[in-house]
Write a protein that binds this ligand. Structure first.
Ligand SMILES: NC(=O)C1=CN([C@@H]2O[C@H](COP(=O)(O)OP(=O)(O)OC[C@H]3O[C@@H](n4cnc5c(N)ncnc54)[C@H](OP(=O)(O)O)[C@@H]3O)[C@@H](O)[C@H]2O)C=CC1
Ligand SMILES: O=C(O)CCC(=O)C(=O)O
Length: 492
C-alpha cells in the first residue's frame, strides 16, 4: 500500500542541539529512562524490547508553493508507537527540528502517558518540519490541509484509527483546518469524522477547557504533590505551592496557562524565557499582563514590569523554588545542568531533561516532577473531546436542566420541613449551588480528579518500589502495558 514503513536502523540520526550530541538522541534518552525503570520490574527483556519498539512510523514530503512563488518540499511525519489500543493518540507539531527519531520518542512518551492516565489509546505523535514563525498563515493552512489529506489517503487518521491533537507550534486553528480537510475528504463515509482530531475550536466540535488543559493539569499535579507533607519532608522540600517562586521557559500554550493558574493560587512567577530573550523580576511578574504583552509584540522583550532583560535564556538559571521547562526537549542537559539554581523541576515540556543532567541534579537534591505525569492533562481533555464527538452531544446537554430542577425540589423539601426561609435571589453562592454544571465545569473537575488520581498512583508506586517520581511513573506505565499484553496476547 501507500504506507512507507521505515526501519529504525535506516534512520538518519539527527540531534536537536549540539549541546546534546554527547548524550545521544532524544529517542536514546527516552529508552534510557525506560530501561532504568524496567530494571525495577520482573518483566523479561524480550517483552520489554517489544514494549519499547515503535509499531509504525511514516515520513512523506509535502509540496508547497510559497507566497513568493518558489517551490519547497517540506518533510512530514507520523509515528504510531503502539497500536494495541485504537485509536492511537498524540500531538502534531510544527518544528524545524522534527525528525523520525523525535516523533518515535514522543510517540513512545504518549504510550506511557496514556497508560498512566488510563486512557484507551496507544501512543502517537507527528508533525511538519517548518518553523511556523517563518511561514505565512496561508502557507501553514495549505500544509496542514495537505498533511491531513496524505494521512487520510494512507489510512493514518480517523476517530477509530489515529487522532492527532495540538502540540508545539499548533493550536485550535491548525486542528480546525485538519478537521475540515478530513471531513471534506471522508465525512460522507465516516459519521464520526469530527472526532478525527482534538484541540479544535469549540465551534468546530472542540470542547471548552482543552486550550488551558495542559497548563491546568501541571498546576493540579504540582499542587497535589506539594500538598503531600510527608512526601515533601522525605525529599527535603517545603510543602505547598503557595508562595513558591517560579521560572518558566516557553510562554506558549502550556507555559502561559500554567503560569496563570499557579499565580492565581498564590505562587510567584519571577522569570520567563522566550525565543526573543528572558525577563526577571524577584518581586513577581503578572502572567496576565505578560500574556497580553506577548500577544501584542510576539515575545517577552520590552515587558515594562521586568527588572532585568537578557537577550538569551539567562533567566532560567536564576535562583527559584520551581523551574518549569515548557518549550522543547533537552533544555536541561549535561552541559548546563550545573547552572540551574532551583529545588524542583516541574516538566511541562516533553523530554526536557537528559538523563546525565538528571543524575547531576539528583545528586544535588533537585526533585523532578516527570513529564509523562505532569503534562498529561492535555491528552486527558482531548479524550473528553473525542468522547463528545463520538456521542454527538455536548456534555451535560441532556441532564443540566434536570439537575437544576432536582436541586430546586430538594431545596423546597428542606424549606418545607425546616421552615427555613432561604432567599436564593440575593445569594450568589446559593444561585451557583442550584445551577447544573456547564461544559467547562465538567471538563475542569474531570481533569482535576484525573490528575489527583494519577498523582496518588505514582506516589504510591514511588513508595512501593522506593524510587523517585520519574522512575515510579515509568514503572507504573510499564506494569500496566505488561498487564494488558498478559491478557490480550500479542499475535493476530
Ligand atoms: N499543547 C499541548 O497540549 C501539550 C504540549 N506539551 C509539550 O509542551 C511543550 C510546549 O508546547 P506548547 O505550549 O503547546 O507549544 P507552543 O508553541 O504553544 O509554545 C512554545 C513556546 O516556546 C517558545 N519558544 C520558542 N523558542 C524558544 C526558546 N529558545 N526559549 C524559550 N521559549 C521558546 C515559543 O515561542 P514562539 O511561539 O514565539 O516561537 C512558544 O511561545 C512542548 O514540549 C510540547 O510537546 C505537552 C503536552 C500537551
Ligand atoms: O491531546 C493530544 O492528543 C496531544 C497531547 C500531546 O501531544 C502530549 O501530551 O504531548
Amino acid at each position: 500500500m501507500y504506507i512507507q514503513q521505515i526501519a529504525r536502523q535506516t534512520i538518519n540520526r539527527c540531534c536537536f542541539s549540539t549541546a546534546a550530541v554527547n548524550e545521544g538522541t532524544f529517542l536514546d534518552q527516552v529508552m534510557a529512562y525506560f530501561n532504568k525503570a524496567a530494571g525495577h520490574t520482573k518483566i523479561s527483556q524480550d517483552k520489554l524490547d517489544f514494549y519499547k519498539s515503535t509499531d509504525i512510523v511514516i515520513k512523506f514530503n509535502l509540496p508547497l508553493v510559497r507566497d513568493d512563488g518558489t517551490y519547497v518540499c517540506v518533510p512530514a511525519y507520523r509515528a504510531q508507537h503502539k497500536t494495541y489500543r485504537l485509536p492511537t493518540k498524540g500531538g502534531t507539531r510544527l518544528s524545524p527540528h522534527i525528525n523520525i527519531e523525535e516523533v518515535e520518542a514522543l510517540s513512545f512518551l504518549m504510550t506511557l502517558k496514556n497508560s498512566i492516565l488510563d486512557l484507551p489509546y496507544g501512543g502517537a505523535k507527528g508533525g511538519i518540519g517548518i518553523n511556523p514563525r517563518k511561514f505565512s498563515k496561508r502557507e501553514i493552512e495549505t500544509l496542514m490541509r495537505r498533511y491531513t489529506l496524505e494521512l487520510a489517503k494512507k489510512n493514518f487518521i480517523g476517530a477509530a484509527i489515529d487522532v492527532p491533537g495540538p502540540d508545539l507550534g499548533t493550536g485550535e486553528q491548525e486542528m480546525s483546518w485538519m478537521k475540515d480537510a478530513y471531513t471534506k475528504f471522508k465525512g460522507h463515509q465516516d459519521i464520526n469524522s469530527v472526532g478525527c482530531v482534538t484541540g479544535k475550536a469549540i465551534n468546530q466540535g472542540g470542547i471548552s477547557g482543552r486550550q488551558e488543559s495542559t497548563g491546568m493539569g501541571i498546576f493540579f499535579a504540582t499542587r497535589e504533590i506539594l500538598n503531600d507533607v510527608k512526601y515533601c519532608q522525605s525529599v527535603g522540600i517545603e510543602s505547598s505551592l503557595r508562595g513558591k517562586s517560579i521560572i518558566i521557559q516557553g510562554y506558549g500554550n502550556v507555559g502561559s496557562f500554567c503560569a496563570k493558574y499557579m499565580y492565581d493560587y498564590g505562587a510567584k512567577i519571577i522569570g520567563v524565557a522566550e525565543h526573543d530573550g528572558s525577563i526577571y523580576n524577584p518581586n513577581g511578574i503578572n502572567p496576565y499582563e505578560l500574556a497580553a504583552h506577548k500577544t501584542k509584540t510576539g515575545g517577552v522583550k520590552g515587558f515594562v514590569n521586568a527588572q532585568k532583560y537578557w537577550e538569551d535564556e539567562s533567566a532560567i538559571y536564576q535562583q527559584c523554588d520551581i523551574f518549569i521547562p515548557a518549550a522543547f526537549e533537552k533544555t536541561v542537559n549535561v552541559n548546563n545542568a550545573d547552572k540551574f539554581n532551583c529545588k524542583i523541576i516541574a516538566e511541562g515540556a516533553n523530554g526536557p531533561t537528559t538523563m546525565a543532567a538528571e543524575d547531576k541534579l539528583l545528586a544535588k537534591g533537585v526533585i523532578f516532577l516527570p513529564d509523562i505525569l505532569l503534562n498529561a492533562g492535555g491528552v486527558t481533555v482531548s479524550y473528553l473531546e473525542w468522547l463528545k464527538n463520538l456521542k454527538h452531544i455536548n456534555p451535560g446537554r441532556m441532564t443540566r436542566r434536570w439537575e437544576e430542577q432536582a436541586k430546586h425540589r430538594i431545596l423546597e423539601v428542606i424549606k418545607m420541613s425546616t421552615g427555613l426561609n432561604i432567599n436564593i435571589k440575593d445569594s450568589k453562592i446559593a444561585k451557583k449551588m442550584l445551577e447544573g454544571p456547564s461544559e467547562t465545569d465538567l471538563v475542569h473537575t474531570a481533569l482535576e480528579q484525573s490528575m489527583i488520581e494519577a498523582v496518588k498512583n505514582i506516589m504510591a508506586t514511588s513508595q512501593e518500589y522506593k524510587v523517585n517520581l520519574r522512575l515510579a511513573a515509568y514503572i507504573s506505565a510499564i506494569n500496566k502495558l505488561n498487564e494488558h499484553f498478559e491478557i490480550s496476547g500479542v499475535e493476530a
